[in-house]
Design a binder for this molecule. Structure first.
Ligand code: SAM
Length: 273
């Protein structure tokens, strides 16, 4: 499983152990400095001055856990974020997936999906791809996040215009319905996506996945934790399956027996098996 800890501060470790025991959430896997900065935000807001006092606060007010999770998880996202990555996946990755997937449906996983813009973009991309080829091929999209509150938003599928500045306009017209200043995702796209709560520090229920998008999530985790997650992604992917990371993320050198680079600029990798 995951490495026990990258945290050196003993007081923080004691707090982390309490949070893990009470809620199952392992804050030890996050990078220590940013973790401390975010904890400081919650502590200021609760008017406590030490990790010990914050432990007591968590004991007295279990509602504080939701606020802590909210502070630790950054939910920023948008449709077709870094649109050039979607273009590359459309042009170069989907044709390979189509060629290599035999009779079974294509399986795509958006890991750390936030409010749903990423998995719905993937569903739209697959629809456009299959239409352009005159295909009727089933595609299942799994979308997971640790944050239940954000998953509820994702399931509702209603978005402000501000989340759409990278998605091509013709796709907005085709796949959304505008009502009262909000954009509602079309039911045929919604039906392709299955949302589920999943902590990336836990076991993954997926196998034989063709494509994993995990973008702007791993950046917050310690290097050891990122490495552990890369190995678990390799197990979830089929041989030759694809992993797409965010523009700020990189595969480490020592993973080269597990993944090979497919597109350096777009951070696309293939699992070696
Ligand atoms: C910045 S958003 C990225 C959304 C999308 N992938 C994108 O690139 O636009 C990061 C997401 O990772 C989720 N996250 C953070 N820690 C996680 C964990 N341990 N397991 C699963 N998801 C996690 C957060 O809740 C948040 O929704």
């Amino acid at each position: 499983m995951l490495s026990p800890s990258n945290i050196t501060d003993p007081e923080l470790l004691a707090l982390a152990s309490k949070i893990l025991a009470d809620s199952g959430f392992d804050i030890r896997q996050y990078k220590e400095r940013p973790l401390k900065r975010r904890l400081a935000v919650r502590m200021r807001s609760c008017q406590v001055n030490s990790y010990e006092e914050y432990q007591q606060k968590l004991k007295d007010d279990p509602g504080e856990y939701a606020k802590l999770l909210d502070t630790l998880t950054i939910n920023v996202t948008k449709f077709y974020r870094n649109a050039e990555t979607y273009l590359t996946v459309f042009d170069r990755v989907l044709p390979i997936i189509l060629n290599e997937s035999t009779t079974r449906p294509v399986q795509i996983w958006s890991a750390g999906c936030s409010s749903g813009e990423e998995p719905y973009s993937l569903a739209i991309m697959w629809k456009e791809f299959s239409e352009s080829r005159g295909l009727i091929k089933e595609c299942n999209i799994y979308a997971t996040d640790i944050d239940l509150r954000i998953l509820e938003k994702a399931q509702a599928g209603v978005y402000p215009r501000s989340s759409m500045d990278e998605i091509p306009r013709n796709l907005i017209e085709k796949y959304f319905e505008a009502r009262n200043d909000k954009y509602h995702i079309s039911p045929r796209i919604k039906d392709m996506v299955q949302f589920e709560k999943l902590d990336l520090f836990s076991r993954y229920p997926f196998r034989e996945v063709d494509l994993i998008f995990c973008r702007n999530v791993l950046i917050y985790f310690s290097r050891q934790t990122q490495e552990d997650i890369f190995y678990k992604f390799a197990q979830a992917l089929r041989a030759g399956g694809f992993l797409v990371l965010g523009k700020v993320e990189n595969m480490f050198g020592q993973m080269k027996d597990t993944f090979v680079s497919f597109d350096v600029k777009e951070r696309i990798y293939r699992a070696v098996k």
